[in-house]
Design a protein around this ligand. Sequence first.
Ligand code: C2E
Ligand code: CA
Ligand code: CA
Length: 754
Amino acid sequence: MIRQQRQVIVLVALCLATCVPIFALAHTPAATYTQLGSSALGCVAAVFCGIAARRAGGTQRGGWALLAGGCLSWGLGNFYWSWNELVVHAEVLFPSFADYGYLLFPVLGAAGLWLISGWNSVGSRLTVLLDGMIVGCALFVVGWAVTVRSVWEAGADTPLAFVVSLAYPVSDIMLATMAVLLAARTRKGSRGIGFLLILGLAGMTTSDTWFALATSAGTYYTGQPSDGGWFVAFAACGAAGWAAMRKPMVFDETGVMSRWQIMLPYVPFSLAILVISGQTLVGARVDAPEVVPMLAGVILILLRQLTTLLHNSTLARRLQHQAYHDPLTGLGNRALFTDRLEDALDLRTPTAVVYLDLDDFKMINDSLGHDAGDIVLRTVAERLQASFPGAGDTIARLGGDEFAVLTSPDAGLPAVAERLLAGLREPLHIGARTVQISASVGIALSDDGPMRSEDLRKNVDLAMYAAKAQGKNTYALFEPSMRQGFDREMMWRADLAQALADETLYVAFQPIVGLGDHRVVGVEALARWTHPRLGPVPPDVFIPVAERAALVGDLGMLVLRQACAQFVAWPGSTEAYLSVNVSPLQMLDPDFTARVTATLAGAGLRSQQLVLEVTENALADESEVIGTLRQLRATGVRVAIDDFGTGYASLRYLHRFPADIVKIDRTYVQDIARDPAAARIVGTLWQLFGAIGLTAVAEGIEDEAQAEMLIELGCPVGQGFLFGRPGELSAIEMQPVMQTRPYATSSRLTRVVE
Ligand code: C2E
Ligand code: CA
Ligand code: CA
């Protein structure tokens, strides 16, 4: 910024310096030759503006081209004049080609500046037009008093000559008008270029005015000091072109102007009033050409006020809309929702609040990016509007992925909620990806008596939490008993967060053995938590709490770290693998693979020594988890499908899952010893797994009958209390756990206790 300012100051100084030689040569015989300099400068300015036009885009391109044309026509016109004066020594006819060249400059220049400064896109065009007309009228009054009247009264030989001689002062008024408008509209960031252009116009107007006055007084001679303005004019236009070709002008599209910029058009008007007052005071004549534009100016100012008032009222309406609406979805915002809710409760209107929180939205945002997240939010807004089309309903986005609807309680809300959830589940295509949205919805109704909006909001929050606790993608109606449930959940979350911070969670290990030779082939790490007051809490209880509280990522990493650290120090780690459970939520973290690799490296384990267990449901087709599993397998980590048979994975897709091991749930194992049909199913499963290259592990083997049966059915590997309960890793020995009769409970087994 500072560098830019310095650059502008240097440029302005250089432009001003171009008129110094004129002052120096003014009263010498060389004065007439300075004409050549201003002509050349005009052409040079045309070149720079031309290059700026080539580099610029949009309307600015045309603007710079017009300005270049204006500079060139002035330069050529002046060359023509100089040629006649210096070489031919001819009396130049008036009007001549030179005059057309000169007069084209203000015409093309003004049009060019209009385009360059982007007025055709900024704010209200009508205001700009009115400003221009006000400034034009005012400057005409001033110009009439200063030059136009004398030119008018001097007359000319031919009507054409008269028109052309009048065109000079009038075009100067036009240029001065442009200068004022440009000053009022130039924005930060382009002020340097704007300033140079204004300097150029000022130089041109000064020299032209002096020229007109001196000519009508018959005192003008070529190269007089006032001609310096033309030098400044073209030096400045050239410099502006040079600056613009390096960095195009930028305009703040909001069209917000500072106070002085708003006031600027009124300055010439005040000047005009001063001029007329002065004339009246000294008893000079005030002509119709002064009175008419003055009155026109007053009318224009009134119009300007009117448009400003109208504009402001639209602006106020827009601001109010913005204050109460969410820009992303166009729905109401929290402020609107709270206002309407409070109004409804104040009037005791029976009211229902439906509160919707998207499930795992953070995962979508993190894994697919914020643009995808925005699309999801807009889609949810549309689907909500489709579910609540009533004119009396208020649909709002409260922030993030939370939405709320204020509606009437007699609308069959559970059915509506069900339809809404079904609608949300419709797959959404974002680029090449398909996303399925689900949400947890809470519904609460207002009491008959007086009720505070905070209480209703709290109730609906609780209902939503209940829906989340029921496994998400569902709705719940508020019931008073939810208050205790909520308090309990919050207690669990706080205590679990504390346990994670203190690292008081620890890991137990259960052996996984080869059913043929009874050697330990692997160990499964299982999280353990002893609550300070309640004692041991089973993972089936605290893992879901961790998932709901978004703590499962930290929990999983803690388990993995501890498991790796213990495993590497265990003598069996050279032969057996380490199996660790992961929640699908953990794998939606885009950095999950990197974190696993880093943990393995930190512990000094090879990726081939690790198996990660994922439940079957996480592998549902299209799931985001699949990508992560592929990445993991590419690093050498193996993947096990956990609890196979309890979820809804389809056998049809089994071969496509990126997995190495499949763990048959213990419910199947429990049945096989009693039920021949169950045995046949499990036996067939083994064959299927073998055919598609998956190693099968039977879970929950508790007695010899089950183990014998599994051996018969050809199951290679198993896990269960028969071989050892989860306990300390150091207690697991690598030798075959049963020596004499394969499935007799050995004394060693009882040592491996919890
Ligand atoms: P899972 O992965 O199926 O783990 C095996 C569960 O079965 C363990 O329960 C284990 O104690 C139990 N089990 C082992 N053999 C037998 C048997 O012969 N009979 C019976 N009835 N049960 C047996 P646990 O440790 O209570 O773990 C329960 C579940 O919690 C695990 O099921 C797993 O899904 C989850 N879990 C445990 N630790 C973690 C963890 O670190 N991260 C994640 N995400 N989930 C974990
Ligand atoms: Ca497991
Ligand atoms: Ca399991």
